[in-house]
Design a protein around this ligand. Structure first.
Ligand code: NAG
Ligand code: NAG
Ligand code: NAG
Length: 264
């Protein structure tokens, strides 16, 4: 009788384990893949560096947040002190979109050309904040189950930082590479603003650091289609995979039904 009882128990246990395994916890997760949101900040959409094409990315970014489950999400923000080297106001006689040559922080014999901009993304201003639809979704996800890392970049007044991985002189790296490593990330899906500056820098550094880099082309924008296409061609040359959201979703099915975010 004891032996028969053990067999029944073993059979029941096996059935239980099999039923558990049939519904893996992570079936909806894009494994080893991080969503990277570059500088989706008010200043690049409605503020001092607004451009009319930028708002078109928002529905695509919302869809990536609403319809997909990520093991890790990164949101970068330009985060400039008021005396930042990229602000035209800090270079007497210079106007926005002109350039200056600046000396490398750690190599005085080297110079780089710095494009100048209107003041933008100063901490504690509305322009520095992440666009509210994106930020609300991030707060929801991080309060629920998804780790979100905010990279506040270009805080050093003397050197700009387009890439979310490092400044333009590779003088100092952010925590992004180590955070991706800790989370076991192999692929980054990149979106955001603007294509030919911070998105470009992040994609190239992602390739240099050995990640598979996917740029979702309808979830990134810049000031003109010509500039966007030139940048995409350059990034494809680096090995970045450029695809639109519907193609990427078709290649990466998750089985998630679209959730309603009517409460937002
Ligand atoms: C939006 O961009 C235009 C063109 O660069 C600029 O003149 C305008 O001041 C910007 N708007 C705001 C609110 O800064
Ligand atoms: C920066 O330096 C380069 C190379 O010396 C030079 O061609 C360029 O005119 C300089 N640009 C500015 C804005 O001074
Ligand atoms: C997305 O890319 C695919 C493949 O290149 C193309 O067939 C499709 O029309 C594109 N969709 C959009 C919305 O651009």
């Amino acid at each position: 009788m004891m032996a028969l009882g053990s067999v029944h128990f073993a059979t029941a246990l096996l059935a239980f384990l099999t039923s558990v395994q049939a519904v893996p916890f992570s079936s909806k997760l894009h494994k080893k893949t991080a969503l990277v949101l570059i500088d989706i900040q008010n200043d690049f959409i409605t503020g001092s560096l607004n451009n009319s094409r930028a708002p078109s990315i928002l529905p695509k970014v919302y869809q990536l947040l609403d319809d997909h489950e990520w093991p890790f999400i990164v949101a970068s923000q330009d985060w400039h002190p008021e005396n930042h080297v990229s602000f035209a106001a800090n270079h007497p006689g210079k106007a926005a979109f002109e350039a200056v040559n600046v000396t490398f922080v750690d190599t005085p014999t080297k110079i780089e050309t710095q494009t100048l901009y209107p003041d933008h993304c100063v901490p504690e201003t509305f322009g520095a904040q992440i666009e509210s639809g994106v930020q609300t979704r991030l707060h929801y996800l991080e309060g629920y189950r998804t780790p979100v890392n905010y990279i506040k970049k270009a805080q050093d007044h003397s050197v700009d930082s387009y890439s979310a991985f490092a400044d333009n002189q590779y003088h100092r790296f952010t925590t992004l590479n180590s955070e991706l490593t800790v989370h076991g990330i192999e692929t980054i899906v990149v979106t955001g603003l603007i294509t030919n500056a911070c998105v470009r820098g992040t994609c190239i550094d992602g390739i240099k650091l050995g990640y598979e880099v996917i740029l979702v082309e309808d979830a990134t924008e810049t000031t003109s289609d010509a500039i966007k296409q030139t940048t995409i061609a350059e990034l494809e040359g680096w090995g970045v995979q450029v695809m639109n959201l519907s193609s990427w979703e078709a290649a990466n099915p998750t089985g998630i039904q679209r959730r309603s975010f009517t409460e937002l």
